[in-house]
Design a protein around this ligand. Structure first.
Ligand code: GAP
Length: 457
């Protein structure tokens, strides 16, 4: 059932829509592109920002046991020694002696090139961290790394946050930011790239309560995707096998999503034990322990880490929202994006370019822009304009017509049902606020009249 649903979302179609409508462009395109790097266009940047805002609101703002930070991308190189990344953050790499393509040998069976069948070189471990130099002298002593995860910026600030916020266990520190990995194989659009964004939480708990918190976070993370509209049957939890666990993990589950290329990791939730705080305390010589008032002892907290990829969430939300519906002789393409995620919340569409209609429409546009990202489109037929908004997931369109000049009302058309209702202009903001927050379409506005509900384009 779910496999069929995935086949419905073709990656090529999605990539083409993203390109055509300004969600995602290949990076450095006018120079021929740069492998596995992507630029987010005007609509993409809104969707991405909405994903991050929704995550921040749920995971930090609405909780009293969570705070955020924004640590630097370049950090002291000894951090990566302590964290184990210098030694262990590697993938097995081999090169084909015939076509010279490089492969991750843990990703396929057999010992020949998956492309041309050529003989492979011996497998070597390849460290995935990008290196650069701090300062003008390019020598080994000045090597620094672009962070491969945001997590370490949190661990090394643990004591700063405890001291400044006086948070008590259990509590979490969250961060959203760029990470970099010199992946051997990339692909599947924005699924695996060399520069990407992560939304990570390090949730510090008393040792012994970690299993319970681990289960708690599995559910919280899953619920976040469900609440924002991802279908249940497109998500599953997958526990890591012992030999698959990262060097720091006591236990780990992936939330897998049914992407067009199949089930693949959307987010990882790991029990990191006290590995990171202990390692940093050892390597820095600074205490990273926590005084537990209950037991009157210094303890090293355990950490539960939900780690999500912004770009993968972006892809999953788009895949799940994509739909094609028959519409007379044509096909209506639409994105059923949750209103919180939709790049444009409302579009103003004047039914005439005549000055008096346009003026009312422009005034509405100017007013609504204070509250939401608002679109304005007066080009071509109204049917085409609706289609353009459907294709980018705009939940509501507002049309202004000649009748609006007489009765002070406009038509609000809803994306998914295509239902239309007449709303007094002075109630428009209240109505849209209610509808964008998910209230029933047919609820009366305060002091409102019974709206005419029509089905139509
Ligand atoms: N701090 C733990 C950590 O980084 P991870 O499983 O390596 O764990 C977490 O990464 C998430 O980051 C993944 O579930 C994925 O969403 C995202 N991610 C990792 N590598 C990525 C890549 N090359 N491109 C895009 N997203 C990536």
């Amino acid at each position: 059932m779910s496999e069929e649903a995935a086949a419905n979302v073709d990656m090529e179609k999605l990539v083409s829509l993203c390109r055509r409508r300004g969600f995602v462009f290949p990076s450095s395109e006018i120079y021929g592109g740069l492998s596995s790097c992507w630029d987010y266009g005007p609509l993409g940047v809104e969707l991405k920002r909405n994903i991050k805002d929704a995550w921040w609101r749920t995971m930090i703002q609405e909780r009293d046991d969570m705070v955020g930070i924004d640590s630097s991308i370049l950090m002291h190189p000894r951090i990566w020694q302590a964290s184990g990344h210098l030694e262990g953050f590697s993938d097995p790499l081999a090169e084909c002696k015939s076509c010279h393509q490089r492969w991750r040998t843990d990703q396929f069976e057999g010992d020949h090139c998956p492309d041309c069948g050529g003989e492979l070189t011996e497998t070597q471990m390849f460290n995935l961290m990008f290196k650069t130099f701090m300062g003008p002298v390019e020598e080994a002593a000045n090597t620094v790394y672009l962070r491969p995860e945001t997590a370490q910026g949190i661990f090394v600030n643990f004591q700063n946050v405890v001291t400044t916020t006086r948070k008590k266990l259990p509590f979490g520190i969250a961060q959203i930011g760029k990470s970099f990995r010199n992946e051997i194989t990339t692909g599947n659009f924005i699924f695996r790239s060399r520069e990407f964004e992560q939304m990570e939480i390090e949730f510090f708990v008393k040792p012994g309560t970690d299993k319970e918190w681990f289960d708690y976070w599995l559910k919280e993370c899953l619920d976040w995707y469900l609440k924002l509209g991802i279908r249940k049957e497109h998500l599953k939890l997958r526990q890591h096998m012992k030999d698959e666990l990262a060097h720091y993990a006591l236990d780990c589950y992936d939330i897998d999503y049914l992407f067009p290329m199949g089930w693949a990791e959307l987010e990882g939730i790991a029990n990191r034990g006290d590995f990171d705080l202990s390692q940093h305390a050892k390597h820095s010589g600074k205490s990273l322990s926590y005084y537990d008032e209950e037991s009157k002892e210094q303890i090293t907290p355990y950490v539960i880490e939900p780690s999500a990829g912004v770009d993968r969430a972006f892809l999953a939300f788009l895949c799940d929202a994509y739909a094609e519906e028959p519409d007379k002789d044509e096909t209506r393409v639409l994105l059923h994006l949750h209103p919180d995620l939709a790049p444009i919340k409302v579009a103003i569409l004047p039914l005439s370019k005549k000055e008096n209609v346009a003026r009312v429409a422009k005034d509405l546009y100017a007013e609504l822009r204070h509250h939401w990202v608002t679109g304005y489109d007066d080009a071509q037929s109204i049917g085409r304009r609706y289609r353009r908004q459907d294709e980018i997931g705009t939940p509501f369109c507002v049309t202004v017509d000649f009748q609006s000049l007489e009765d002070g009302q406009v038509t609000v058309r809803e994306r998914d049902s295509m239902n239309q209702i007449r709303v007094p202009i002075k109630e428009l903001k209240t109505t849209l606020t209610a509808k964008l927050s998910g209230e029933d379409l047919f609820v009366l506005p305060p002091g409102g009249q019974i709206w005419k509900v029509e089905k139509g384009g």
